[in-house]
Design a protein. Sequence first.
Length: 531
Amino acid sequence: MALRRLGLMSSTFLVMALSFVISFLSLLGQLRPWPATLPQGLLSLDIADELHYGPNATARFSIDYGRLTEAAPAAVLYPSSPDDIASLVRFSYASPRPFVIAARGHGHSIRGQAFAPGGVVVDMASLGGGRRARRRDRIKVPLDDVHRLLYVDAGGEQLWIDVLRETLEHGVAPRSWTDYLYLTVGGTLSNAGISGQAFRHGPQISNVHELDVITGKGDMVTSSRDVNSDLFYGVLGGLGQLGIITRARIAVEPAPQRVRWVRFIYTDFGSFINDQELLISISEEGFDYVEGQLLMKNGAANSSFFSERDSEKIKVLAAEFGVIYFLEGAIYYELATASLVDQKLKLLLKKLSFVPGFAFTKDVSYLRFLDRVHHDEIKLRPMGLWDVPHPWLNLFVPKSRMRDFETGIFRGILIENNTPMATVLISPMNRSKWDEKMSVTIPDEDIFYAIGILRSATMDDWKHLDDQNDEILRFCNQAGIEFKQYLPHYTTQADWKKHFGLKWDTFVQLKRRYDPKALLSPGQQIFTTSL
Ligand SMILES: Cc1cc2nc3c(=O)[nH]c(=O)nc-3n(C[C@H](O)[C@H](O)[C@H](O)COP(=O)(O)OP(=O)(O)OC[C@H]3O[C@@H](n4cnc5c(N)ncnc54)[C@H](O)[C@@H]3O)c2cc1C
Ligand SMILES: *[C@@H]1O[C@H](CO)[C@@H](O)[C@H](O)[C@H]1NC(C)=O
Ligand SMILES: *[C@@H]1O[C@H](CO)[C@@H](O)[C@H](O)[C@H]1NC(C)=O
Ligand SMILES: *[C@@H]1O[C@H](CO)[C@@H](O)[C@H](O)[C@H]1NC(C)=O
């Protein structure tokens, strides 16, 4: 009896101690006042302790890779499951004072597209256990021998580099990539996801079988070409406007072992693009990857691809011509058939008209090839050249206007202004590999080019470079070049309407159906009021 009383007393003591700790903690909480823009009711949800607020919690989510703009959310959600995200969205949707919500993948946007000013940013990485404690169950490669359907199921928060590593362990890999792999599945699928494989396999969005999405009403919906297909097509390239992708089923193929990686130099723009177009028209016998870049005399060949000796040689050529180009290709192969690669390359070389003596080759593993930009990142970071402002501009330009683009922009605006530190990507795309039903918009021509003018700036000169971007857009508009922005940035609905063109009405209808209160990804600045 006495013993039991003693037990009772000690547990009473425990309860008192606990409530003391709790009131102390909530006192601390009061030091960080609950954000005025968020309903107090959020604190009574199960996810309350996954919500972090106050300036320290939100700082990292108020900037992005672009470092051109800043806007703080009121709070950040660290979800441990898709259900947590759905609870948050449902709560906002039902609230008399709804607040905006943005999924943040890896924050590699340029213009605050993953911001949620005054609302809640969802730290998607937290779904996968964060970078350190990766939850392997968020990437699955099932063995479906019966249907011979090869795919990987990846969480929307997963980085492509992790999807690659995991699938390689099963001897397979996705077929369409981005140049840089530290981007999330949900983030690139909300845009398109393009690199040198797109001419053959289409952009990443063309390689998706199925999606799990949380809509702007908080519903969890599985969609595919057959089921809830309007949502499926709408979300792909849909700029985060219709739902948050929590899982994507992505097509894979047997992974190649090795890659013969080549770069050819051109001094003549016409020959350069003719060869690019020739290469994307050859199927099996051609390259598995085709891209290209412009090199200016000051920034020539400063990448890890060229040896120092080759770099010097190229710089001399660039200095002579002011601007030169390189075509980049890759042939995938198996060790067992290595001897055939030399033959294949030799035949291809005969068809091309690069500057004699200016063909450079490397032989690397598939992983090393796909992860190439990260190798540059590792070089640039310690030089303080990675975490800097990035006034980038990405455009899709119809093939028929490429010469005008060269004269007006490459030779005109960029060279004239002696643009420092720019990577200029020039990659041909085949329209037939893009699905008209998806939300992404592209030029109305069979072949178009993806042009990325990717510059690193300083706090002092980024505005100037950004003005140059406006000048480029003005030039295109005045010359009647029917371009489309990729990773688009517009701030008025009239501009968005023009951007979407014929797809605008459908997009608005989908928005009305799946996110009528315009809660999701407000940083895109497409819909600012409830529909
Ligand atoms: C160094 C570098 C190299 C790049 N290279 C390429 C390239 O080769 N090819 C290419 O196509 N792109 C490239 N990009 C652009 C990249 O695709 C975009 O930045 C894209 O937004 C992915 O970045 P993220 O995953 O960090 O997404 P975030 O910037 O975090 O988000 C982008 C948008 O998508 C929304 N979003 C994020 N996650 C989800 C989700 N799960 N569901 C729904 N919406 C979501 C966000 O709210 C936001 O509106 C590059 C970017 C950088 C910085
Ligand atoms: C916020 O961060 C600063 C610097 O890291 C630290 O000194 C301060 O104590 C933090 N404040 C809170 C409330 O966590
Ligand atoms: C584009 O792809 C289609 C389908 O594979 C093909 O028939 C066509 O020849 C390609 N166009 C060019 C210019 O390569
Ligand atoms: C090229 O790289 C060197 C170091 O490797 C660096 O000092 C220089 O600034 C770079 N130049 C350009 C234009 O990128």
